[in-house]
Write a protein that binds this ligand. Sequence first.
Ligand code: GN1
Ligand code: MG
Length: 357
Amino acid sequence: MGVHSQEELNEVIDNFDLKENVYSFDGLNSGFINDTYLVSENDIPKYILQRINHGVFTNVEGLMGNIGSALKLLKAKDYTQIKLIKSKLGKTYFSDAKGFWRMMTYIQGSTTYDTTTSFDIAFEAGRVIGKFHMLMGEADLKKYTDTIPKFHNLELRKMQFLASLARASEAKLAVASDTIEFAKNTLKMLEEMENKELPIRICHNDTKLNNILYSKETQKALCLIDLDTIMKGNFHYDFGDAIRTIVNTAPEDEQDHTKITFEKNLFEAFVNGLGYNGSFLTKEEIKALPLGVILMPFLHGIRALTDYLNNNVYYKVAYENQNLDRCLSLFDFTQKALNEVDYMNNTITKYLPAYNE
Ligand code: GN1
Ligand code: MG
């Protein structure tokens, strides 16, 4: 069970426009930010209820506005639609003393994977992320709020990292000294690699594998979930976030680094899948894809390191040094991705011809 009792959760859902019924709740613990519950009716899962982390998402109105605008576009034969349940006041969320709550439909027969060794699952991930972007290509950028401004911005994450170095205890600085060195060197390298002229798109911005819903029966990808970070970004962010969680067959905070992989066949399957829905990509965006695969694990790693140095104020942690373990694992993958740049470029050229010269 999560942090709220069945009774508290029943009181919350009373404020949503649902039919009178007996509901039960199960806590889902995979996220690092929100509190998430599966809501069942006679043991059949029907809804997802979430308490939005207001410390992280200060502009709930903007966040729910982004999700509402995106859901209007995310409709297609081969893309499953998630629906928000309105509150009794007709809004897409409800707030009480405990925070901000929202509900959405649970997709029957769906499942998620934290990691995979299956080429079909990797292929499907590429296909559905391409589909998401094809559909979001119609978005009017003006309608979307930057709910976490500069979310994947290297400069911002560097400043926050430097600020945490200045505040951290001597003990933590000593424990993390090699890691801090790696962060400083990689920051320099990435600053030189960055291309600031790429097209701005409405991105998902958290396309890790377990944010993709699959059909349990057919193993086809259905749609993307966790739409909180839908806002402006570059396509290579979504590419890199997916790749880091697919070609690495170990969990995000794996402590045994010999288990952290860059599985080339899974990379190829993903890029092949993306090729099916990739005709919107410009030549410049295609060129930037390997950069995304280095940038995203590095950004998550430096954010985890910063949070470790700041004494775990942002991410939920299960034990004191979990943020450092996450960082070490993410930096190990960053290095493994750096070793595969030529391979990535060759594979990308094979499956993603420059459609838009
Ligand atoms: C956070 O809570 P969750 O797992 O959806 C974070 C992502 C990271 C992720 C770690 C708003 O997402 O950026 O990828 O943890 N989201 C936010 O995997 O910071
Ligand atoms: Mg998320």
